[in-house]
Design a protein around this ligand. Structure first.
Ligand code: AVJ
Ligand code: FE
Length: 436
């Protein structure tokens, strides 16, 4: 068996897993009206995401990679994210759930057939090391995470299995902060075969020393901010943040409610007490920024986050992940929807960084203070709408992935971005501060 055969087997397995996950979040979970409904103006109907992943796969793996004729060129426009804003997708003549499953399976059959004959050697950049297959696998998993955000916004009885699965027990906490010594590190990558264009261009960034929290901010910490008038005092908010706070009227993370003095949260239809030791999620950038100022700290920059997650002071090298270069295993991080929630702060000692920073990967996306911008030597590949068109917009970078992010997507170089007012994503924060 050659390495190309092994890569093809891995691709086929990962494609199968992504599809099982997509179907599990759609046709296996909800009836047709539930899949066609618009659960929030922020989100697509789930049936749109389902056929969109099939259409993306058709465009990239059937047409571009295998050079085959199009199956359904007539539906390209319906599933073009730029053509149709999320709130308008419910109006479109979309495939029904059954048609979408069938279409996705037809596309997949052609992909698996042509994969056998594909040349994944380094000659053609799109196929080299299976890049375009990795791009499609990660695309499907990213939409699966988006589908989970839609499920969280949906009201009604719980439909997701595993909601009651107990998470790991609370873990003992290490020192609260890690010191990251001043000096250069390598940010971004040139040699991670399945990374996206926006992660590319390994470049040296020289940072002053700084402290970064060893754990994400917990619900218990966030409740203290709230009890201390965090939402009432403009002092801790940026000008735009305060504008958002007053205009929106928000006074707690999304999905929280106060009942008889106790804070509860709704999680995929289940109402439960807010668990104190869990990382806070469903906060906007503005809330994260205000919390950090209240705590006497600040959000890390994107470079500070990445140095804490990758820099190995013993070798001077940047690792692919906090624990080393391998993909995340179950002991490293809470990823891939294994739990439908973050794990308690301090968990996953085996996944901590050389500096002793926990849970950089998984649990909650972490807001950074950095706007989404191109790295030096950026080149859009293979299409500008993945990242380039978002550079310079009103987006902040988020890092690390959440409990809903698949291991194929979560790595220390991966860059996510969203508007600073968004709260439906599984995002929290970790604080940093300057040296004294
Ligand atoms: C990188 C998560 C911001 O969901 O809009 C999905 C990923 N790109 N389809 C998004 C993506 C094309 C993207 N994010
Ligand atoms: Fe997409």
């Amino acid at each position: 068996e050659t390495s190309s055969d092994r890569l093809k087997e891995r691709i086929a397995t990962e494609l199968g897993r992504a599809r099982a996950r997509s179907n599990g979040l759609t046709v296996d979970a909800l009836d047709t009206p539930g899949l066609q409904a618009q659960h929030s103006p922020l989100m697509s109907p789930l049936v749109w995401d389902l056929a969109h992943v099939g259409n993306y796969e058709e465009q990239w793996l059937v047409r571009a990679a295998a050079g085959q004729e199009a199956l359904r060129p007539d539906i390209d426009r319906l599933y073009d994210a730029f053509e149709n804003p999320r709130a308008a997708r419910v109006q479109l003549p979309l495939l029904t759930p059954q048609e979408a499953v069938r279409y996705n399976a037809d596309v997949r059959a052609r992909v698996l057939d042509s994969l056998d004959r594909a040349d994944l050697s380094r000659s053609a950049p799109l196929l080299a090391d299976g890049f375009v297959y990795g791009m499609v696998i990660q695309h499907e998993h990213q939409h699966d995470e988006t589908m989970l955000a839609t499920h969280q916004l949906r009201t009604g009885d719980p439909v997701l299995a595993g909601l009651l699965t107990p998470g790991p027990a609370a873990a003992p906490l290490d020192p609260a902060e890690a010191w990251i010594e001043p000096g250069p590190f390598t940010m971004g990558t040139d040699d991670d075969p399945w990374c996206h264009d926006n992660e590319r261009g390994a470049h040296t960034v020289d940072l002053p020393g700084y402290f970064i929290d060893t754990i994400p901010v917990r619900n218990a910490d966030y409740l203290q901010f709230m009890a201390d008038g965090g939402y009432d005092r403009q002092h801790w908010w940026s000008p735009v943040g305060w504008e958002w706070r007053t205009r929106s009227g928000k006074r707690a993370p999304a999905f929280w409610r106060q009942e008889a003095g106790e804070w509860t949260r709704r999680r995929f239809g289940l109402v439960e007490p807010v668990p104190p030791e869990e990382p806070v999620q469903h906060v906007s950038y503005h809330e994260a920024d205000a919390y950090a100022r209240w705590a006497g700290k600040r959000l890390p920059t994107e470079a500070e986050w990445e140095k804490a997650a990758r820099h190995d002071p013993a070798t001077g090298r940047s690792r692919r992940n906090p624990w080393g270069d391998l993909d995340a295993g179950p002991d490293h991080a809470n990823l891939g929807q294994r739990l439908l929630r973050p794990a308690p702060a301090g968990s996953f000692a085996a996944g901590s960084s050389p500096h002793g920073v926990h849970q950089l990967i998984g649990d909650v996306w972490e807001w950074t203070s950095t706007p989404f911008q191109a790295y030096p030597r950026f080149r859009a590949f293979p299409y500008p709408e993945y990242s380039e068109v978002f550079f310079g917009g009103d987006y902040k970078v988020l890092r690390g992935g959440s409990w809903a992010t698949h291991p194929s997507v979560a790595r220390s170089t991966f860059r996510n971005w969203d508007h600073p007012i968004r709260r439906q994503i599984f995002a929290g924060l970790r604080c940093a501060r300057d040296a004294e």
